[in-house]
Design a protein around this ligand. Structure first.
Ligand code: PEP
Ligand code: MG
Length: 761
């Protein structure tokens, strides 16, 4: 008999349900048990089971089941390729059998007592491109599961992938590591000059994130409570705080979804971890020492892992331990957590670290070493955290709680500032407050002096920037950098998590057009939790659309998430970054078409006719621009990359900054050609690189026919002023002169003569 009752995709689609499941489970085994229970009951199956691939042995092990004999948990093991379950993982494809025992691959395990179950349905669970396990449902009736069940189970497996990866990681625990040096202490006020990355001001006690003291071993033992009850209380308090932080973070940075502290919860649910600490305390070790000891086991094991995702999690263990220790203190000062209200001094930070810091309301951020990627600065800016980059190793020796003053408008910082310095800043800040708050006025439609209509759109990195974009009357989103939901997290967002993020984007923008760029990672945009290739020339390597086409499962999930989220979006554009040929564009387009077909088949509401566009970022596209224009619905010129590739000058490399010349005659002529050809073919085209808000570049773009610009929201008012002050006739003349220049020097002369930048033109 076929499955009579299904709730299919209403299933565990809700992330908060998953999160609740996690926080309500008493340990990881129990969590998995609840998952299989949920899956079996939603699919109305007699059996639900999860097999996980053990990282060390490479064996599939039954980790949780309802329906099979409970003794079989941990005992039923098979190799990849063995039995129907192993076959599922080897093929990375579902197996649906009406009478499982008739399949020659079927393998019977005495302990499981599964001979009664005739129908068998299994789907692989993967995380990124890594195989992690298999989800199985079974039923006593023959021919019970149908194609809709297969699809439903696949959807569940996709939703569970990130969580299961965490659970699996915690199940691979075991051995130890070493302590580290305490810092030395500089004395008296010191001033440092750095680079202002995010403007602002802060005066607060410092807290150093020293990589050499992740477990706070420089804090004296007598500062902590030491007993078992103290440990239990600190645990409970930490869990409560994490939950609260999570909720706050969802408000401030929705792309982090709710699972940002998931690994923390997972560690706290790991019975071995907690039991080991409890045992050590019972045996007489003070609680802080017991916590550190247990943590070292985990950290050491994680750090040795060949898997980047697991190595990355060692930082979560450190973060968690700091929180636990913080809550064990005898005389807690103010603040909920170690970083609350502090100026944090750190070396290397990933965007996901900044997210955690922001969730604790840090007052400021000083980056004193390590690579600072542009994304770190962008996120700090979006979250409004004053940030200074100051490459002085000394700063890492500043003792915790030392007062620090940051003037992140100019990049100056004072350690232990004198009374006089503080007084001066106090005066300055009061004066600034008086002049602040003069609102910026914008008109809804932008026109040049001679009445040419120009569309101003916004570049959006984080959803928190949408309010400003709307307030400043952005007419739509010309570039949504969709890598941010991936970059701000410490694990891969599932299709469902992405859908929720994109849905907010569409809801906020209501009737306005939204052009979403698909994942643009690689190059300097690294996802630390994926084993990304180490490339000698990452900018020329597997980045942007190339990465997506290589990792189809990630690409596919993203496209599905966009289409589903945009079901009611009146004007949805999907564009592919760094397209290098028409063939590549067609391949990417095919993925979208297939996703639409699959979603239709699955009866999931989705957008059926998104506009598909290409980003022009490679010089290779110039010669074939006519043919490309016939294929696409729109074009967006990423001048940041276009300039870099046209001139073979890394956009982030200071040593070749002089070669990185958007005003190079070849760049100008190529841009003119692209814009003019797009107009000939009546294909909407916009420029979304940094030049789109530069005072004397904009008249050139308008002069060659561009009528659509996309810039970071804060540049919109000035951009509108620039356009309203210019006339197309003059812009055309300016462009003509620029295009006739053959050398950079001649271009410079034209620019100087016209002096757009100084508002004299
Ligand atoms: C560009 O390359 O111009 C662009 C807008 O993309 P990104 O800066 O994100 O690479
Ligand atoms: Mg680019």
């Amino acid at each position: 008999m076929a499955n009579p009752k299904r709730e299919h995709l209403s299933l565990i689609c809700d992330i908060s349900e998953l999160s609740n499941l996690m926080s309500e489970s008493k340990d990881i085994d129990n969590f998995l048990q609840q998952v299989v229970h949920l899956v079996a009951s939603h699919l109305n199956a007699d059996v639900g089971s999860i097999y996980l691939l053990e990282a060390n042995s490479g064996t599939l092990v039954l980790k949780a089941t309802v329906g099979l004999h409970p003794d079989s948990v941990g005992r039923v093991r098979m190799e990849i390729g063995e039995g129907l379950v192993g076959w599922t993982l080897e093929q990375m494809a579902p197996v649906c059998e009406g009478e499982a025992s008739r399949n020659p691959r079927f393998k019977y395990f005495e302990t499981s007592k599964e001979e009664r179950f005739q129908s068998f349905l299994s789907v692989p669970i993967s995380y990124g491109s890594e195989k992690t396990g298999v989800l199985v449902v079974q039923h006593t009736d023959a021919n019970y599961f149908n194609p809709a069940d297969v699809m439903a189970l696949k959807a569940i497996a996709a939703q569970l992938a990130g969580t299961i990866a965490n659970a699996r990681m915690m199940m691979t625990l075991n051995h130890a590591a070493t302590p580290a040096d305490a810092p030395t202490m500089p004395e008296g006020m010191q001033m440092f000059k750095g680079e202002a990355a995010v403007n602002g001001f802060a005066l607060a006690p410092a807290m150093t994130m020293r990589s050499s003291d992740p477990l706070m071993e420089d804090v004296a033992d007598d500062q902590f409570n030491a007993g078992l009850e103290d440990f239990r209380a600190a645990m409970a308090k930490t869990i409560g705080q994490l939950r609260q932080l999570q909720e706050q973070m969802v408000q401030r940075l929705p792309e982090s979804a709710v699972l940002i502290f998931e690994a923390h919860h997972m560690i706290l649910k790991d019975t071995r971890f907690v039991q080991q600490i409890t045992q050590l305390i019972t045996d007489g070790l003070p609680a802080p020492a017991a916590i550190r000891h247990a943590a070292r086991h985990v950290i050491d094991l994680f750090e040795k892992s060949p898997n980047a995702y697991i190595r990355e999690k060692s930082k979560d263990v450190e973060d968690l331990v700091r929180r636990l220790l913080f809550n064990l203190r005898k005389n807690p000062t103010t603040g909920q957590s170690p970083m609350d209200g502090r100026i944090v001094i750190a070396t290397q930070l990933y965007p996901s670290d900044i997210l955690k810091l922001a969730s604790e309301s840090v007052a400021g951020l000083i980056l004193a070493g390590g690579g600072v990627t542009s994304h770190v600065a962008i996120i700090a800016r979006s979250l409004n955290i004053p940030t200074i980059i100051a490459m002085y190793a000394n700063l890492l020796k500043v003792p915790d709680n030392t007062l620090v003053l940051m003037d992140a408008d100019v990049g100056t910082l004072y350690v232990d500032p004198s009374e006089e310095v503080r007084r001066q800043y106090d005066q300055r800040n009061r004066a600034l407050r008086k002049t602040a708050g003069r609102g910026v006025k914008m008109v809804p439609e932008t026109r040049t002096r001679d009445n040419a209509r120009v569309h101003l759109m916004a570049n959006i990195n984080l959803l928190s920037e949408l309010d400003l974009a709307l307030e400043l009357k952005a007419e739509g989103i010309g570039l949504y950098r969709s890598e941010f939901p991936f970059i701000v997290r410490s694990d891969l967002p599932s299709e469902e998590e992405q859908r929720l993020v994109y849905e907010r984007l569409f809801n906020k923008m209501a009737q306005r057009p939204v052009w979403i760029r698909t994942l643009d990672v690689g190059g300097d945009k690294i996802l630390p939790y994926l084993d990304m290739l180490q490339e000698d020339n990452p900018e020329l390597g597997l980045r942007s659309i190339r990465f997506s086409l290589r990792h189809r499962e990630i690409f596919d999930q993203q496209i599905r998430a966009i289409l589903r989220a945009g079901v009611h979006a009146p004007s949805l554009g999907i564009m592919f970054p760094m397209v290098s040929s028409i063939d590549e564009f067609r391949t990417a387009r095919q993925t979208v078409r297939q996703a639409i077909a699959a979603l239709t088949n699955e009866k999931l509401p989705h957008h059926r006719e998104p506009k598909l566009g290409a980003m022009i970022e490679l010089p290779a596209m110039v010669e074939i621009i006519d043919e490309l224009a016939r294929e696409v619905d729109f074009l967006s010129i990423g001048t940041n990359d276009f300039t870099q590739y046209m001139l073979a000058a890394d956009r982030a490399n200071k040593h070749v900054a002089a070669y990185y010349q958007p005003y190079h005659p070849s760049v100008l002529r190529a841009l003119a050609r692209i814009i003019q050809r797009a107009a000939d073919h009546q294909v909407p085209v916009s420029v979304c690189g940094e030049v789109a808000h530069q005072k004397d570049f904009v008249p050139f773009l308008i002069g060659v026919g561009l009528r659509r610009l996309s810039v970071d929201p804060q540049f919109l008012p000035a951009l509108q002023r620039t356009i309203r002050a210019m006339s197309v006739t003059k812009a055309e003349e300016y462009a003509r002169q620029l295009l006739s220049a053959a050398t950079v020097a001649q271009v410079e002369k034209v620019r100087t003569d016209w002096a757009w930048g100084s508002d004299r033109a």
